[in-house]
Design a protein around this ligand. Structure first.
Ligand code: SF4
Length: 262
């Protein structure tokens, strides 16, 4: 007999699957593996898989990933960059954060300019790209319709990001949030990782900078920086230019004591 939904959090399609499993993860490999098989949000599961089945005309010959996209970058990164969610025909196609869409093109070119990426382009998982001291992740790991996750989907996914921040804590010194949504989703995820947050919570803006003090289990103060999201709308209208993003990333690298900041 089929179990009623919501009663067995060991099932990947249970709404409590992330909340049950993320806090127990002992390493990022384990976390990434669990994220990749999560099915906790029925609307997003249906959307990501429908997009992967229908495909965009330009990518008809490609096999879409069509699953949650885990974070990308070293497990001892001093810097994290937190976006919004995978793009339907970008990371939902390639299976790697920010890979395969215009926002990713913009971001990786900036990361390369700062010295945080081995190459300025990110096309697919076999392209040889490596990140230097930076991990890319998102508060929502599945591509949402119209790039807008619902509040309950954002909240359901939060334990994954909280666990990622906890596992990165031994090295993490700075986080860049891309866009107001990323910022707003990041703050409770930081709190969920066990690090106290100041009241009132710091406000988002391009170039915003807040410092969260070190705490038990968090050996370094955490510099939190904001940048406009490198979405097509922001970059095509000039709201976010390449020098603006490079400036925030360079400042974050400096605060994280990475070579790119000097
Ligand atoms: S958005 Fe997050 S919680 Fe929801 S199905 Fe995807 S990975 Fe799971």
């Amino acid at each position: 007999m089929e179990r009623p939904r919501g009663r067995d959090a060991s099932r990947s399609d249970d709404p409590l699957f992330p909340a049950r499993h993320a806090p127990r993860c002992a390493g990022l490999d384990e976390l990434d593996g669990l994220v990749a098989r999560c099915r906790a949000c029925p609307r997003l599961v249906a959307w990501r898989e429908e997009v992967a089945r229908v495909k965009r005309a330009a990518f008809q010959d490609q096999e879409y990933w069509g699953r949650p996209v885990p974070g990308f970058g070293p497990a001892d990164a001093p810097l994290a960059v937190v976006g919004l969610a995978p793009a339907a025909h970008g990371a939902n196609r390639t299976g790697r954060m920010f890979t395969g869409d215009t926002a990713g093109d913009f971001l990786f070119a900036a990361l390369y300019e700062v010295g945080l990426a081995s190459q300025p382009t990110s096309r697919h998982t076999g392209d040889g790209l490596t990140l230097r001291g930076v991990r890319l992740t998102a508060p929502v790991h599945c591509a949402p319709p119209a790039n807008r996750p619902a509040a309950d989907e954002r909240d359901a996914c939060r334990p994954w990001l909280s666990a990622e921040l906890r596992l990165l804590a031994p090295s993490l010194r700075a986080v860049v949030a891309l866009g107001g949504f990323g910022w707003q989703a990041l703050l409770p995820a930081i709190r969920g990782s066990g690090r106290p947050l100041p009241r009132p919570w710091p406000a988002f803006g391009h170039g915003a900078h807040a410092v969260l003090p070190a705490a038990e289990g968090f050996p370094y103060p955490l510099h939190l920086l904001g940048s406009y999201h490198p979405s097509r709308r922001n970059t095509f209208t000039g709201r976010l230019t390449r020098p603006m993003l490079v400036g925030v990333l360079r400042r974050a690298a400096e605060l994280a004591d990475l070579p790119g900041g000097r």
